[in-house]
Design a binder for this molecule. Sequence first.
Ligand code: PSU
Ligand code: MN
Length: 304
Amino acid sequence: MTAELFTFTEEVREALATGRPVVALESTIISHGMPYPRNVQTAREVEQIIRDGGAVPATIAILDGVPRIGLSDAELDLLGSDGGVRKVSIRDLPFVVATKAHGATTVASTMRLAALAGIRVFVTGGLGGVHRGAESSMDVSADLTELSLTDVAVVSAGVKSLLDIGRTLEVLETLGVPVISVGSDDFPSFYSRTSGFRSPLRLDDAATIAAAMKAKWDLGLAGGLVIANPIPEADEIPADQIGALIEQAVAEADQRGITGAAITPFLLGRIVELSDGDSLRANIALVKNNAKLGAAVAVAYSAN
Ligand code: PSU
Ligand code: MN
């Protein structure tokens, strides 16, 4: 993709041109992951946390068919409030560009656009993965394929237990993707600091994470890294408490025949309702916590 196929905000263009640290942010979490207006408020606060951490935020989306690296305040609001914004994973990119539509990018498509723009660090809430029942549905998020292909470190709070966490970790191992939990021996499960699965790898600070990124790509090992940052203790929802609500939401999705790209947004919305907003509060807290770490990693990586 040539440079003129993107539009950068001035802030991001300047940062990339001068080698300042930049952190990519996705937009599916805004359009399809949280309700309005908390989604837009959170997106703005996350951008500010990244600035306070010494890096430049670049929220990525597609507007009128143009991949955008960095968005204005009004554009963030449009993405958060317009019900017609499509969820865009890798397979959907050519379609939204050709039809000049608006699209909110998932982890997979945000990674790809970030890499094309020269951004190496990306902050989100939760990764897509292997869905429960994938043995028969074959529903495995394109996020995992993308992690095997594209050179971006993705900071998340792990994988939600509405997915099959064990199989997700197996697929990431097969694909050669380093899975590094930060300051913990356990792999986190988004709302909870633990998942019952030991983390494949552990690192405790931003400088060493940046060194691992550099080592991977210096060795010619293509693809991303999963940086799994547990939700802060004060904000976590214990696994047994959220577990029952997740089971109920998954059962309802099953009964209603919801599948494919619609399933993750359905489950997230239903869990917010069933938890009386507790899951939304936890979601916001963990994204902010990830933004802090992502800025520190981007700063450390750019000092390399
Ligand atoms: N998990 C979350 N919040 C989200 C998503 C996942 O906790 O908003 C979004 C991300 O954009 C992720 C996408 O890339 O869902 C995965 O969707 P699918 O399983 O359809 O690939
Ligand atoms: Mn899917």
